[in-house]
Design a protein around this ligand. Structure first.
Ligand code: NAI
Ligand code: UGA
Length: 429
């Protein structure tokens, strides 16, 4: 099938490379020329395991990139993988989606055959049918149902394991405007749907939109609940990891997403939970539980720094921050909890020295005044205390010999030789 993908960020690039990998001809349409050049040169514009190999394999043949929207006319299906950020007030900002839909609609005005437009971006119920659809119809001069079809197909991949998650998902969800559109999506995804373990969920469009938010709201709230239980465990001098491991054996609960600590960050949980809260309020509903999930999450970085301060006076102290990305396996630092930890530390007068295997250059522009070290060991050299903000496997089994005071407060439960430390404190254990 000939497919175009509008927006080539974390989702668009992964989806494009994976669709090429399962046998489709794919064109990425992206406004950032550096990304277009990278893909056409066979290079991955982002750090994702398994992505570089796939782009290298398919670039120049079944995978191409361009800044020109007219390329959509060579294809039958277009996926919109554009950002859906949050506005200042936390609500969903659709400006980029509207702009992308306008450009796409204009390009489709000259197309002869039928075209299916699939919204893959995370959008609130009603967006596909009431915002994207009308823009496409107005700009293309084609009515939905008469040469133009729309569908919503949310994406559940995680950063760091994006390729694997896309190719081996638990489920594929879509809501389509017609049987023909649904049939096209089934055909497109056939190699993945044929795999054992992939459930197909076909719904109406607004359920597909809400499934994505419900999924993220559930997972984020689960981690907040786990953190609240972890904070309570710490007060009782109990180990939350032992407690929750046992709780997770109940298969109604499951052992996954049970890691308590610094809480959730990233480009999705925070913005999606906020968009759903704002959307719910717009609809006249007070989302008390989601509000509480955010409150618990926002408190964890301060709790970590409070715990460190119980052992190390922070004014003038040299503190190593281990990990900057919002989770291991990615260089993404958007809404990373590590940044909140750094803010609390510097507010209290500490000198921060940070280490991360891949994310330093994404932090440096916004934090030019802290020190950066080439490795965790280098950051620990001469430090009066250290905190773990990201559970990079590289931090397991670290040597603390070089520290001025061997005090470690761990926000992520890494593998540590506690006997090598003067003080080891876990945030929730
Ligand atoms: N990052 C993730 O792990 C996941 C993200 N999502 C959702 O997918 C959507 C996209 O997210 P990401 O890929 O993370 O965003 P991103 O910010 O990494 O990438 C978006 C890309 O779109 C490009 N772009 C912006 N305006 C454009 C335009 N008018 N025409 C063409 N390209 C344009 C940008 O230059 C950028 O490369 C969002 O709605 C997000 O919530 C869903 C599941 C997972
Ligand atoms: O909509 C999205 O963009 C994506 O958001 C999350 O994926 P992602 O943000 O990449 O990362 P997660 O692995 O979910 O972790 C999110 C945050 O929760 C934290 N977390 C996760 C699990 C856990 O047990 N404890 C915990 O603190 C992580 O450290 C991280 O900061 C979802 O897991 C994906 O299914 C979804 O597609």
């Amino acid at each position: 099938m000939n497919v175009s993908i509008v927006g080539s960020g974390y989702v668009g690039t992964t989806v494009a490379a994976c669709l090429a990998d399962i046998g489709h001809d794919v064109i990425n349409i992206e406004i950032d020329e550096d990304i277009v050049e990278a893909i056409n040169a066979g290079e991955a514009p982002i750090h994702e395991s398994g992505l570089a190999e796939r782009i290298a394999d398919h670039a120049g043949s079944s995978l191409r990139a361009t800044t020109d929207y007219d390329a959509v006319r060579e294809t039958d299906v277009t996926f919109l993988c554009l950002p859906t950020p949050q506005s200042e007030d936390g609500s969903l900002d659709l400006a980029i989606m509207r702009a992308g839909a306008e450009s796409l609609g204009r390009a489709l005005a000259d197309e002869d055959g039928d075209h299916l437009v699939v919204v893959k971006s995370t959008v609130l119920p009603g967006t596909t049918e009431d915002v994207v659809g009308p823009v496409l119809e107005a700009e293309s001069g084609t009515a939905i149902g008469d040469g133009l079809e729309i569908a919503m197909n949310p994406e559940f991949l995680r950063m760091g394991t994006a390729v694997e998650d896309f190719l081996e998902p638990d489920k594929i969800v879509f809501g389509a405007s017609s049987d023909g559109a649904a049939e096209t999506l089934r055909e497109l995804y056939a190699p993945i749907l044929d795999r054992q373990g992939t459930d197909l969920v076909e719904t109406d469009v607004r359920e597909a939109e809400l499934i994505k938010y419900a999924n993220n709201a559930f997972l984020a709230s689960k981690v907040s609940l786990v953190n609240e239980l972890g904070n309570i465990a710490k007060e009782y001098d109990a180990d939350a990891y032992e407690v929750l491991e046992a709780v997770g054996l109940d298969d109604r609960i499951s052992e996954r997403f049970m890691r308590s600590g610094l809480g959730w960050g990233g480009s999705c949980f925070p913005k999606d939970v906020n968009a759903l809260r704002a959307g719910a309020r717009d609809q006249g509903y007070e989302p008390a539980l989601l509000d509480a999930a955010v409150t618990v999450n926002d408190a964890q970085p301060r709790r970590l720094v409070d715990l460190l301060e119980e052992h190390v006076p922070l004014e003038g102290a040299r503190i190593a921050v281990l990990g900057l990305s919002f989770k291991p396996g990615t260089d993404d630092v958007r809404k990373s909890r590590a940044l909140d930890v750094i803010d609390h530390l510097t507010d209290r007068g500490a000198d921060v020295v940070a280490a991360d295997p891949v994310a330093i250059e994404n932090v440096r522009p916004d934090y030019p005044d802290i020190e950066y070290a080439a490795s965790a060991e280098a950051a620990l050299e001469g430090a009066d205390g250290a905190v773990v903000a990201t559970d990079w496997p590289e931090f397991d089994g670290l040597s603390f010999d070089g520290m001025a005071r061997r005090v470690l407060v761990d926000g992520r439960r890494i593998d540590v030789d506690e006997d090598a430390l003067e003080v080891y404190e876990g945030l929730t254990w």
